[in-house]
Write a protein that binds this ligand. Structure first.
Ligand code: HEC
Length: 182
C-alpha cells in the first residue's frame, strides 16, 4: 500500500494529525463535558432525589393488615431500607402555591421583556429600584401603571414590545417592578 518514502511520510503525518485531533476531542469531552450550574433549582437535593427515585415501589399487606415494604429475600436488609426511605421523604412535596407562581410569571416577563430598558433605565425608562423616580409614578395608582404598561407611554411601546404577553402577565411584571421600587 505504501510504496514510496514520500507516501510513508505522508501517512505518518496524517496519522499524527488524526491522533492529535482525537486526543483534543477526548480531552474536551472529559474536561468540558459536564457544564452544570450547581445553583440551578434542577440541581437541588430534592430535585435530584425526585429524578433518582425508583420507578415503582412494591408494598405488601401483611397478615395484620399493615402496609409493609418487603425486604429482598436472603439479601441484606439495608438495601431494602435505603430504597424505601427516600420515597417517604419525597411524598408530600406539593406544587408551588399560587402566590409564588404569579410572582414567577411576573419575574419571568420582567426579565425577558422589560429589564432591557427598566434594568439600566435606558431611553428615560424609570429604573427599577430607583425609588425617587418611581414615587410620582406609583402615586398615579396601580391601575394607571397597568394601563400605561399595556398601552404604552411616551417612548415605551405597548407592553414594552412584548405583544404576545397577556395583559395579566404584564400586570404581574408591573407588580414586580413596583414592589422593587418602593
Ligand atoms: C424599549 C424600552 C422599554 C421596554 C422594553 C419597557 N419599557 Fe416600560 N417604560 C419605558 C419608558 C421610556 C417609560 C417612561 C415613559 C414615560 O413616562 O414617558 C416606561 C414606563 C413604564 C411604566 C410607568 C408608566 C407610568 O405611568 O409612569 C411602567 C409601569 C412600565 N414602563 C412597565 C413596563 C413593563 C411591564 C415592561 C415589560 C413588559 C416594560 N415597561 C418594558 C421603556 C420601556
Amino acid at each position: 500500500m505504501i510504496k514510496t518514502q514520500k507516501g510513508l511520510v505522508r501517512t505518518v503525518l496524517l496519522f499524527i494529525i488524526v491522533s492529535l485531533a482525537a486526543i483534543f476531542l477526548i480531552v474536551k469531552l472529559i474536561g468540558g463535558g459536564l457544564n452544570v450550574d450547581p445553583d440551578s433549582p434542577a440541581m437541588s437535593e430534592d430535585a435530584i432525589a425526585e429524578r433518582l427515585k425508583p420507578v415503582g415501589q412494591v408494598s405488601v399487606l401483611s397478615a395484620a393488615g399493615e402496609d409493609s415494604t418487603p425486604e429482598a429475600p436472603g439479601s441484606d436488609q439495608s438495601a431494602g431500607a435505603a430504597e424505601s426511605t427516600p420515597q417517604a421523604t419525597i411524598a408530600g412535596k406539593g406544587e408551588p402555591s399560587g402566590e409564588t407562581a404569579a410572582a414567577n410569571v411576573g419575574d419571568q416577563v420582567y426579565n425577558t421583556s422589560c429589564a432591557v430598558c427598566h434594568g439600566p433605565g435606558i431611553a428615560d425608562a424609570p429604573k427599577v429600584g430607583d425609588k425617587a423616580v418611581w414615587e410620582a409614578r406609583i402615586a398615579q395608582g396601580i391601575d394607571a401603571l397597568y394601563a400605561n404598561a399595556i398601552n404604552g407611554k411616551g417612548t415605551m411601546p405597548p407592553k414594552g414590545g412584548a405583544m404576545s404577553t397577556s395583559d395579566d402577565d404584564i400586570r404581574a411584571a408591573v407588580d414586580i417592578m413596583v414592589s422593587k421600587s418602593r
